[in-house]
Ligand binder design. Sequence first.
Ligand code: ZN
Length: 370
Amino acid sequence: MNRTGLVWNERYMWHDTGNAAGVMPAGFGVEPYQHAENPDTKRRLKNLLDASGLAEKLVNVREREATDEDILRVHTAEYLEKLTALNATGGDAGVFTPMGRGSLDIARLSAGGVLAMVDAVIDGEVDNGYALVRPPGHHALANEGMGFCLLANAAIAGYHALDNRGLSKIAFVDWDVHHGNGTQAAFWEEPRALTISVHQDNCFPPDSGPVEEIGEGAGEGYNLNLPMPAGSGVEAYLSLFKQVVVPALERYQPELIIVPCGFDAGAHDPLGRQMMTTAGFANLTRMLMDVAAKYCSGRLVLCHEGGYNASTVPYHGLGVIETLADTPSGMEDPFEPLLAELGGQDLQPHQAAVIESLLGHLNTVSQHWG
Ligand SMILES: [Zn+2]
């Protein structure tokens, strides 16, 4: 059994994304329903951790408040001023980024949750950890919120590890179904971080995340975009990780791996068109644990990003966290047989061809690595 950390704070659930239906603000012809990024998926995951008994076997890691200094390593002062003003009133922080009153306060705790987990892993208080934070972070840019993300949680924690904690190189493996454009931008000219994003080809942001974006300057070659065709199932993901993601990490040899962990590649997600299952996510987790054990003393931090099906996300999360803890919760995912039996879970020839070309891409960009 591993000592696995969990960050959770009820206040994460109080971030108010407003009156909406899906990603659309309500009104002007849209009947009010629920914003896609609402508390349910996250709260139900926490409830399932409690109900299964797994939560009590985890180490509670207390989030802290991300300071201006932490935030300004990634974001501009102008953007922080804008968020500070909107914190009093609510409003929109950028592109599809609704804020309620007090949302910046909560976003500071969200980024601070990932910061605290990175510290806990580096200090050896836990072997690995899951930061169940909200709002998410991987789309947020230096000067603009995007895709429900206010602060770039993972990137802020990554710079903290590099600048304050003495690590010399780290890697991000973003398996959210959408492109990790914010993390990519934050480390665009930075060779101390290998930023890998596995995402559905051209999903969100539009036209974002092609293989050609490899970083610039000193960071040239250190950004690896791995877009997969819509409809990719478990075997496509496992094959991509086995053939490209794991070899990339083995060549780069990071001292810490941070996973912006979205569950919106799940088969029933309303904002993605991939077909992953709980067993699939658990397998990806195991692969990254094995790499982390080999190169970074097991240091592996997952931080919660997207995932919008409130019925299935809790089981995906439970499967991942029980894998991290190396402790079966004893609770099965009742959706697993339904999802696993969907046609197209096997590796399709067109997916195999994409993976082959992505391996070629890795071979090219990794020539930049010292
Ligand atoms: Zn997403």
